[in-house]
Design a protein around this ligand. Structure first.
Ligand code: SF4
Length: 368
């Protein structure tokens, strides 16, 4: 039986960042405790329903660290008794530097948490202020160092590109900050202006970067992180060798996972389903059917996000058919424009291709 990933959504934040449209709310201690109890009940119930080993657990949000170490440990303890965890599972928790001073990292490490994903976004305090973040770079450094001091040796930092007023020099400062912290993994996302955010309301007045400037920032990031020893393994993800996020690889390799919490998505036994944003619906365990997953188009779209790209042998093994001649013809056209690399073994996007990945992947999947 193939192991699955388990995602636990913690939909609470201590404020709203100006760019964020994720589902999250403010919560008092009582709400946090109530939610913890419901989440544990959900873990226990799903543990009885499915009989699959779990090799990655990911506490995402929102801001999971707002729960505090006692609630986080209680949830992980429930996971360990409800599911059969494989040997050496990857167990990640997202933390924000504003909510970590009280966290007992040592107790968390002893319970099995072995990977932290920290929302740094920028090491330049003015940029953090523009983003509406509630920490500064000193808070982030303190968080990393406190975690490292108790043995966390798999830490990821989130970085944002194309922040208003960001320059190549200030981006360089952020990337060097990450490397100097000695973290093993960096996620670097280009700022997107999403509806329903403060940035969306202000978009006509914000000094947003042009598409060409964004492209230059992305290309600089790929080059700089490579120089600093982080290999790109996905459009927005970079790691030292052996520290790629195993949980996220489940998503990109079109493997199955279970997501618990409002707005969490699942792909299990060939079906994609989710809990909507309504707490009550989660409390009453109402899931919504999304689609039958795992078709060749979906597989291809996900595989092309990865630097390893689409492997023709694996594709044939999974779908019992070779990749189509029309796909190969389309890939050849893109390869002539330096948007992808085509070999006898497979196809993968170049950095230039990653920059326009939506269009490139859509074009290839139309020709599947
Ligand atoms: S902390 Fe994260 S989830 Fe919460 S508002 Fe900010 S970006 Fe969104």
């Amino acid at each position: 039986m193939e192991p699955i990933g388990l995602y636990l959504h913690i939909p609470f934040c201590d404020g709203k960042c100006a760019y964020c449209n994720f589902f999250s709310k403010r919560a008092d201690k009582r709400t946090l405790s109530e939610y913890t109890e419901v989440l544990i009940a959900s873990v226990v119930s799903w543990g009885k329903k499915i009989n699959r080993p779990v090799d990655t657990v990911y506490f995402g949000g929102g801001t999971p660290s707002l729960l505090g170490h006692e609630r986080l440990i209680a949830i992980l303890t429930a996971v360990k008794s409800a599911f059969a965890l494989t040997d050496s599972p990857e167990i990640t928790v997202e933390v924000n530097p504003t909510s970590t001073d009280e966290l007992d990292f040592s107790a968390m490490r002893n319970t099995g948490f072995n990977r932290l994903s920290i929302g740094l976004q920028s090491a330049v305090d003015n940029e953090l202020c523009i983003l509406g973040r509630r920490h500064n770079s000193a808070d982030a450094l303190r968080t990393v160092q406190r975690a490292q001091s108790v043995g966390f040796d798999n830490i990821s930092l989130d970085v944002m590109l194309a922040i208003p007023e960001q320059t190549i020099d200030s981006l360089d400062k952020t990337l060097k900050f990450c490397a100097s912290c000695g973290v093993q993994h960096i996620s670097a996302y280009i700022l997107k202006i999403e509806e329903g955010t403060r940035f969306y309301q202000l978009k006509d007045r914000l000094p947003l970067l042009t598409d060409d400037e964004q492209a230059a920032f992305y290309e600089y990031t790929v080059k700089k992180l490579s120089e600093l020893g982080y290999s790109q393994y996905e459009i927005s993800n970079f790691a030292r060798k052996g520290f790629e996020s195993r949980h996220n690889l489940h998503y990109w390799r079109d493997e199955e996972y279970l997501g618990l919490g409002p707005s969490a998505h699942s792909y299990l036994d060939g079906t994609r389903f989710y809990y909507d944003n309504d707490f009550q619906n989660f409390y009453e365990d109402h899931t919504v059917f999304e689609s039958n997953g795992g078709d060749c188009e979906e597989y291809l779209m996900l595989a092309l996000r990865l630097s390893e790209g689409l492997n023709f042998g694996k594709y044939q093994e999974r779908f019992h058919q070779p990749i189509s001649p029309s796909f190969l013809k389309a890939a050849r056209r893109l390869s002539d424009q330096d948007l992808c690399r085509l070999t006898d073994q497979g196809v993968s996007l170049t950095v230039k291709g990653f920059l326009v990945s939506n269009a490139v992947i859509a074009y290839l999947s139309e020709n599947t």
